[in-house]
Design a binder for this molecule. Structure first.
Ligand code: DC
Length: 223
């Protein structure tokens, strides 16, 4: 079984996808972390982010890998563990810029399909149900209001000891939604056959149960 979970920034995709993967003994693949890793490398190496060819060539000459550890998934850039450095607002901002480049998306598509080739994955992102795994057995589109997503991101960043204010997070999320939805290549869009799950006001475990129920119903319909 392959499960695709898409949705805007802060809708809870990675938390939910990880828990669903655990419950169904599937492999979790966080594709946003791959765009974040590239954005981190652009900043780290001083590559001009507006130069699509330079960004694409940095990706071509490097290796991104996702590894499972007992404490969760880690992200490696050329073997270096950069997991703790890819969730800052600056990296988020740069990630949505590099993710708008066709030359970058084409490479990511190949990498992500190769990762899912053996099946039994829960993959989360923006274009998984529409482009990366259009034949996924179950497609979920998770949403939540901008206000709720900003509040969740604030709590996450505060836990990491980062100091940010709610209004600037709200603006940053709205801006990322706009950029992710309006880009020409593989924009953030609900696949026609995706189940819409609005997580506003729901606890994580309630969302997980809802997704598991959808998976179960799909399995029953298919058998
Ligand atoms: O899910 P996230 O916030 O970690 O994603 C970081 C950025 O990467 C986000 O701006 C959208 C982009 N992204 C994408 O364009 N396609 C994906 N499959 C995953 C993420």
């Amino acid at each position: 079984m392959n499960i695709a979970i898409d949705g805007p920034a802060g809708a809870g995709k990675s938390t939910v996808a990880q828990l669903v993967a655990q419950r169904l003994s599937l492999v979790y693949i966080d594709t946003g972390a791959m765009y974040r890793a590239l954005a981190w490398a652009v900043l780290h190496h001083g590559v001009p982010v507006e130069d699509e060819a330079a960004v694409a060539s940095l990706l071509r000459d490097s290796a991104i890998s996702l590894k499972r550890t007992p404490s969760g998934q880690i992200v490696l850039w050329n073997g270096e563990d950069i997991t703790s450095q890819i969730r800052t607002p600056k990296v988020s901002h740069h990630a949505s810029i590099v993710a708008s480049y066709p030359q970058v998306r084409e490479q990511m598509l190949q990498l992500q399909r190769a990762m899912a080739a053996e099946g039994n994955v829960v993959m989360d992102g923006r274009d998984i149900g529409t482009h990366v795994l259009p034949d996924a057995d179950v497609k979920i589109f998770l949403t939540a209001s901008v206000e709720e997503r900003a509040r969740r991101r604030l709590a996450e960043l505060q836990q990491q000891g980062l100091d940010v204010d709610l209004e600037s997070l709200r603006q940053e999320i709205a801006e990322r939604d706009r950029r992710d939805s309006e880009r020409t290549v593989a924009p953030l869009r609900r696949a026609e056959d995706a189940h819409l799950v609005d997580t506003t006001g729901l606890e994580v475990h309630e969302v997980v149960e809802r997704v598991l129920q959808i998976c179960k119903q799909t399995g029953e319909q298919g058998s």
